[in-house]
Design a protein around this ligand. Structure first.
Ligand SMILES: CC(C)(COP(=O)(O)OP(=O)(O)OC[C@H]1O[C@@H](n2cnc3c(N)ncnc32)[C@H](O)[C@@H]1OP(=O)(O)O)[C@@H](O)C(=O)NCCC(=O)NCCS
Length: 157
């Protein structure tokens, strides 16, 4: 497993990955929309194939993980991406890593907690504001669970 910065040659793969994970390159959270395809990204490779993507946004002393996803589950790809993101954030002088997920995403919540991130805020009806800027956010996930709340996590660096 290796993790590297995404480059111009990854652009179409990044687009595919984001569309596969979120239905679009647009990521909505906190009622705001971000074009994840325009942000810096990290690519995880396993046996020479691209298997995971993390998109980050550095703002002053904070680094937000805008998207993290992998097609190869439970093989440490997500962990390797977050670990590299922590290194990148520290090198950029950030003091805090942040991210937002939705309350239905039990896997993501377990994953972040296992990696040592802690809950910093819960917005019980937060997805409503994000759905206003991205109406394509589904009402229910693939398991039929309603997508309603937003959950913020943080890691102090
Ligand atoms: C969340 C996600 C990135 C995790 O990536 P991953 O490569 O499968 O995770 P890792 O193998 O690095 O797992 C690290 C730890 O997280 C926890 N974890 C990961 N998947 C889990 C699951 N399905 N159930 C419970 N715990 C899980 C485990 O503690 C795991 O450690 P272990 O395998 O030693 O037990 C991946 O499930 C994914 O791409 N999901 C779809 C996109 C998504 O929801 N992204 C986050 C939204 S904000």
């Amino acid at each position: 497993m290796s993790v590297r910065a995404a480059g111009p040659a990854d652009a179409s793969w990044v687009l595919e990955c984001l569309t596969e994970a979120w239905g679009s390159v647009l990521v909505a959270r906190r009622g705001q929309l971000l074009d994840a395809s325009a942000l810096p990204a990290l690519v995880a490779e396993l046996d020479g194939s691209r298997v995971g993507l993390l998109v980050l946004a550095v703002r002053a002393e904070e680094c937000e993980v805008v998207s993290v996803s992998t097609e190869v589950l439970r093989r440490g790809v997500g962990r390797a991406l977050i670990q590299r993101c922590v290194e990148v954030a520290r090198a950029a002088g950030c003091r805090r890593l942040t991210l937002t997920t939705t309350d239905n995403n039990a896997v993501a919540i377990a994953f972040y907690r296992r990696l040592g991130l802690t809950l910093s805020a819960v917005r019980p009806d937060g997805v409503a504001a994000s759905r206003r800027v991205k109406p394509s956010i589904p009402l229910h996930d693939e398991h039929g669970v309603a997508i309603v709340g937003e959950v913020d996590f943080e890691l102090l660096l």
